[in-house]
Design a protein around this ligand. Structure first.
Ligand SMILES: CC(=O)N[C@H]1[C@@H](OP(=O)(O)OP(=O)(O)OC[C@H]2O[C@@H](n3ccc(=O)[nH]c3=O)[C@H](O)[C@@H]2O)O[C@H](CO)[C@@H](O)[C@@H]1O[C@H](C)C(=O)N[C@@H](C)C(=O)N[C@H](CCC(=O)O)C(=O)O
Ligand SMILES: Nc1ncnc2c1ncn2[C@@H]1O[C@H](COP(=O)(O)OP(=O)(O)OP(=O)(O)O)[C@@H](O)[C@H]1O
Length: 480
């Protein structure tokens, strides 16, 4: 790629006016190969500008950065925002691949993965090919690629989009991904908002900022793109009002006649059905996954599929044989008739929804094993323990992914939280395998043992303990 025309739209200043041909783009100096462009990013912990010489030494033929730098042996292009420039250049390098697909970006605090899997299942049942980029794993052209984050960096994202020959691409878009411009310049046919509740306040500072970050994604709709959103709760309502003032086409799902898609639970013995009203047509839908919250996830997937032109009968039929999502309400039987249920609930709202569902189907005790992710939003921890102590009969606190934080401090925090909230029914067993083993020994007929936290994601953060819900551990336990 010839860098000069590509960079015209993003540069502020340029130390060189001759043509520069680049054979690739990198934003980590250690990955630079001869002939590539290095984009220096002032990161959260490291300043990429400090690695410019290393990048040049490795063969970089040009550098993009935000700082005033002179005297480099290769052309230097100063930009106002390196992350945005990286995304713009990656889009140009890979020839705007999001324009070639039906692009669906799903954002929201909870339900992105579940909705993405439901929607992919419907789309594939309708005979279309579909890539999926998200938390559990990525699938491009039918090939599974392990996931290391929910939303990949801009370079990886544009590369995958350009490699994908699938008609449709579903992406989970995290608020970190939006804030760090990983999806900047990616254009969407559908931007989908599931819900918003307390999470990531350590990163965004307030719920208001967190919401505004999600709202920004809707600026990336293609000209004929459509917004799909919940109308439930203050954030959903606010988003609809905002999108209308922006003249966006909005379709909502919710529990009111004004929604394009209205869902109503059907009271049956098992509450396993709900009704979808789509315009004037009514459909009875068997729940593909337990939990009232999953009816909302189904609604999101249904409405999006419907707007893509997929027949409602096809959607209804597809939902009848949905295989589920690994690590989301995944049930493992215990020889006594107890059930171990692995779930990815890791926010206060996720806890509330998931544990209430277990409570509704309870026959005997509910034992809840969980921990807190290190370096996550610490302000949600006491809320999570409070919610768990309301719904569970017994709580076993253990370690989740420490994510680089200190084990002793986490143990101290667990102890403090127990003193404050759940003294009577809480035990700390810091080794997660032992915690599961303990529950395994205790489990009796009709008990539900919930293990929440990091799910089946193959990746871990540096210095983390093995995943609490490591499938091998569980498998081992279940064989005993
Ligand atoms: C804390 C955080 O969010 N970090 C993200 C951020 O990294 P950063 O820019 O701050 O990195 P840094 O380590 O400070 O380095 C700065 C720059 O120096 C460069 N560098 C560094 C070292 C070197 O030797 N040479 C060099 O060039 C780096 O390549 C980088 O460009 O920008 C990177 C590029 O987009 C991200 O990959 C990275 O995500 C990290 C790995 C991550 O996973 N973050 C989590 C919090 C996250 O994003 N999670 C969400 C889901 C959240 C949820 O819903 O639970 C996700 O989308 O996965
Ligand atoms: N619509 C929903 N509302 C509230 N909680 C939900 C909803 N859907 C799922 N959950 C809960 O949140 C957990 C995570 O769900 P899921 O993986 O689909 O969300 P996510 O948005 O992809 O999360 P993350 O981005 O952190 O991976 C589930 O295991 C469940 O306990």
């Amino acid at each position: 790629m010839n860098l000069n025309p590509a960079i015209k739209s993003v540069r502020i200043d340029c130390s060189h006016s001759s043509e520069v041909a680049i054979s690739g783009i990198q934003f980590h100096s250690g990955k630079v190969k001869k002939g590539e462009l290095f984009v220096a990013i002032s990161g959260m912990s490291i300043d990429g500008h400090d690695f410019i010489q290393q990048a040049i030494g490795a063969g970089a033929v040009a550098v993009v950065g935000e700082k005033d730098i002179s005297g480099l042996s290769v052309p230097y292009f100063r930009v106002s925002n390196s992350r945005k420039a990286l995304a713009q250049l990656a889009c140009q390098y890979y020839e705007q691949p999001s324009k070639r697909h039906t692009m669906i970006g799903i954002t929201g605090t909870n339900g992105k993965t579940t909705t993405a899997y439901l929607l992919r299942h419907i789309i594939e049942s309708a005979g279309k090919t579909c890539s999926l980029i998200g938390t559990v794993s990525n699938r491009i052209n039918g090939r599974d690629i392990p996931s290391v984050q929910t939303t990949p960096d801009a370079l990886q994202l544009q590369k995958w989009l350009s490699e994908s020959e699938d008609q449709v691409v579903i992406m989970e878009v995290s608020s970190h991904g939006i804030e760090q411009d990983r999806v900047f310049e990616t254009e969407y046919d559908f931007v989908v908002f599931t819900n918003l509740s307390h999470d990531h306040l350590d990163y965004h500072g307030s719920l208001e900022n967190y919401y505004l970050t999600k709202e920004r994604l809707f600026n990336q709709l293609k000209t004929n793109g459509e917004a799909i959103t919940t109308s439930i709760g203050r954030w959903g309502k606010r988003l609809i009002d905002h999108l209308i003032t922006q003249n966006k086409v909005v379709y909502s799902f919710g529990d009111s006649k004004e929604d394009m898609l209205e869902i109503t639970p059907i009271q049956s013995e098992s509450s396993l059905y709900f009704q979808v009203r789509e315009g004037i047509r009514l459909f009875d839908v068997k729940m593909p996954l337990p939990g009232a919250y999953n009816a909302w996830n189904v609604a999101v997937a249904w409405l999006t599929a419907h707007r893509m032109g997929i027949e409602s009968a096809v959607i209804q039929q597809a939902l009848g044989h949905f295989p589920g999502v690994s690590g989301r309400f995944e049930v493992f039987p215990h020889p006594t008739g107890a059930q171990f249920i692995v779930d990815y609930a890791h926010t206060p709202d996720g806890f509330e929804q998931f544990l209430r569902t277990l409570h509704e189907r309870r026959q005997n005790r509910l034992i809840h094993i969980f921990g807190f992710r290190g370096n996550g939003d610490p302000s949600k921890r006491s809320m999570m323990l409070d919610i768990s102590s309301r719904w569970s009969d017994e709580i076993i606190l253990t370690m989740d992914n420490l994510n680089g934080s200190d084990r002793e401090s986490m143990l101290m925090e667990l102890q403090l939280l127990i003193n404050q909230f759940g003294k009577k029914k809480c035990t700390i067993i810091d080794d997660r395998t032992k915690a599961i083993e303990y529950a395994w020994q205790k489990a009796g007929k009709g008990d539900q043992i919930a293990i929440t936290g990091k799910g089946r994601e193959a990746y871990d953060q540096p210095f983390a303990l093995p995943s609490m819900t490591d499938p091998d551990t569980l498998h081992y336990l279940l064989q005993k």
